[in-house]
Write a protein that binds this ligand. Structure first.
Ligand code: AMP
Length: 592
């Protein structure tokens, strides 16, 4: 396939916000393709070279890309930089420059295969001399590119390819190409993706055997499963009602979710909630897991929390977040901040897939394969049948250092639902029912300069919630309190990768901050209540036309939600839910 065809499809995708049109464009794009070209086009369309969990990165910084653009178009670098600042998008600058300065080699069109292998070279370049290699390869590609091709190439390498295609739309398109486009077909394809986290693999199975081909996709040690997610309810009575009067309740540990893959030879790979590999940061778990599990290979899930090994007490979450992402002084970090993994689920035991079994059977399996030790333990679980029993368990969980409880269905059909959020699991944090004490995870989309002691730093941030229907990030508060000096001083570095000169297209806000950011960094905030606001567009129109939700008296909790991506932040649908339960309480109808 010619790269021009792919670029033309991206151009069309960029021009439409309509999901149905996107689906049709993608379906036309995928239809004629076979593996490995199909896989490549799928990964490229997601802005990646390989499935996300493999963590393949191009390692191309803005300055490097500007340099390549300069060389390829014979433009001095400062000019490129100036134009990029003005346009707010290096991709658009490439279009201008390549149009102004036509290519020398006009009839050597790029193919998708060539572009993909050159991008692989860029990703593979490491160590001394790698920057030069990256610039050279990118320059060569741009030298052969048409303006439109150049635009998408540059956006791709900078990680800003935003043609608006999310996984969900790609899955829709696959259902059209390889089945009848029905909801049922789409559900089966999505299930295979949730189990494998690899769209290329799913597409390969579909090409080989249509929907039935998906049966070849099984759990595999080393390939993470997309995690099952929880819903929420405002009261424990409502939780019990959802569970039809009988539920397994577990401590809700406040830490990092971890999926541990332990191979038959004892090799361990740990994956975060976002499927990033974190094995290197937790060597003691890598060491202890094979000792604690006696039926390998196995895939288990748990929450990793900091623990005081002297007193056996769970420590505040902030401690463990200091270990995540750490590359140096690992030994010291291990000593300073010891962690423990509380296991709550099992997907594969002794090589047998058990994820489809109902929860009670999975729990029994888990108990039978785990020999708990200091570092690997079982999550505390109990079966309850009344709200009072659940309340007593909640008190116990909080006293033990948990942040609340997780209620889980024990009914028929309570198998592990990879990648799905539903009422099979319900999270309930303490004090949910008195005012708005549940926290909200907001995406930073803007910042305002600080004053007084904060002069020279950012002083406040504009936070947004994710609206899945409109597929955009809508502001709900400006937050300045709750940041200590250290947290504030750290923010510029944290936010630097997301800085952009103009309001990103996917952001909605009527406040205009001094600095804009692409959605990336997620902060946890608390506030007094959710109010209806004409200033913020979050959930606009959900309650009343023309108003959205605003968080009153917002305060940063000190917690950066590193494990959450922007679309994992609190959604506007969740804000609506929280708003409604507040209104119910105010009306005195709350029952606990
Ligand atoms: P939240 O991050 O607030 O959406 O809450 C869901 C998260 O709670 C899960 O993704 C886990 O990381 C965490 N968690 C803590 N304890 C448990 C448990 N016993 N079962 C399932 N998830 C748990």
């Amino acid at each position: 396939m010619q790269f021009a065809e792919l670029a033309a499809a991206y151009e069309r995708l960029e021009g439409t916000p309509k999901r149905l049109e996107m689906r049709a464009i993608l379906a036309d794009l995928f239809r004629p393709l076979k593996p490995p070209e199909l896989d490549r086009v799928l990964y490229l369309s997601q802005g990646m070279l390989r499935p996300e969990y493999e963590g393949v990165e191009l390692g191309v910084a803005d300055s490097l890309a500007r340099k390549a653009v300069g060389v390829a178009t014979h433009t001095p670098e400062p000019d490129v930089a100036r134009r990029a600042k003005e346009a707010g998008d290096l991709g658009l600058v490439v279009v201008q420059l390549l149009t102004e300065r036509p290519r020398l080699v006009a009839d050597d069109p790029l193919t998708v295969a060539q572009v993909y292998s050159e991008l692989e070279r860029i990703a593979a370049a490491n160590g001394p001399g790698s920057q030069e290699t990256k610039v050279r390869v990118l320059t060569e590609l741009l030298g052969r590119a048409t303006p439109v091709e150049g635009k998408f190439l540059v956006r791709f390498v900078l990680g800003t390819l935003r043609v608006g295609v999310r996984e969900m739309t790609i899955l829709d398109a696959l259902a059209v190409v390889f089945a009848d486009g029905s909801k049922a077909a789409r559900t089966r394809i999505e299930a295979a993706f949730n189990l494998s986290s690899d769209l290329g693999l799913v597409a390969g199975a579909l090409v080989a055997g249509s929907l039935d081909g998906l049966a070849t996709i099984q759990l595999q040690v080393g390939r993470p499963v997309r995690p099952m997610l929880a819903e929420r309810e405002p009261t424990l009575a409502a939780v019990l009602e959802r569970m039809e009067g009988r539920a397994a309740v577990e401590y809700k540990y406040d830490g990092l979710r971890m999926q541990a893959h332990v191979a038959a030879d004892g090799t361990v790979r740990l994956f975060s909630r976002r499927l990033e590999e974190t094995s290197a940061q937790f060597p003691e778990l890598v060491r202890e897991l094979p000792k604690a599990l006696h039926s390998l290979p196995a895939i288990v899930e748990g929450e990793c929390v900091p623990i005081d090994l002297e007193t056996d007490e769970i420590q505040p979450f902030q401690e463990v977040s200091r270990r995540r992402g750490r590359k140096h002084d690992l030994a010291q970090a291990q000593e300073e901040i010891p962690v423990c993994l509380f296991l709550f689920d099992v997907l594969l035991a002794g090589g047998t897939a058990v994820w489809e079994l109902d929860l009670p059977e999975r729990r029994a399996t888990l108990e039978s394969i785990v020999r708990p030790n200091e570092r690997v333990r079982l999550a505390t679980q109990r079966i309850v049948t009344t709200a009072d029993e659940a309340t007593a368990f909640l008190d116990e969980a909080v006293a033990a250092g948990g942040e609340g409880l997780m209620a889980k269905s024990v009914a028929a059909g309570s198998g592990y639902r990879a990648g799905a959020r539903g009422y099979w699991w319900i999270k309930y944090k303490r004090d949910y029912t008195v005012g708005l004490t549940d926290s909200i995870d907001g995406v930073v989309v803007g910042a305002f300069p600080g004053r007084g002691r904060r002069a020279g730093h950012y002083g406040a941030f504009l936070l947004a919630a994710y609206d899945a229907t409109r597929d955009r990030f809508e502001s709900f508060c400006k937050v300045g309190s709750g940041f200590d000096d250290a947290a504030l001083a750290e923010m510029p570095r944290r936010l630097a990768p997301f800085r952009t000169d103009e309001k990103p297209a996917e952001v909605a806000s009527s406040l205009v901050p001094d600095h804009w950011f692409r959605p990336g960094l997620v902060l946890e905030v608390r506030g007094a209540e959710l109010t209806l606001s004409p200033v913020h567009p979050a959930g606009l129109g959900a309650v009343r036309a023309g108003v959205g939700f605003a968080l009153r008296f917002p305060r940063f909790t000190g917690r950066i939600r590193e494990e959450k991506g922007p679309t994992d932040a609190t959604t506007t649908a969740e804000l609506l839910h929280m708003y409604r339960s507040q209104v119910r309480q105010a009306a005195g109808t709350s029952d606990s």
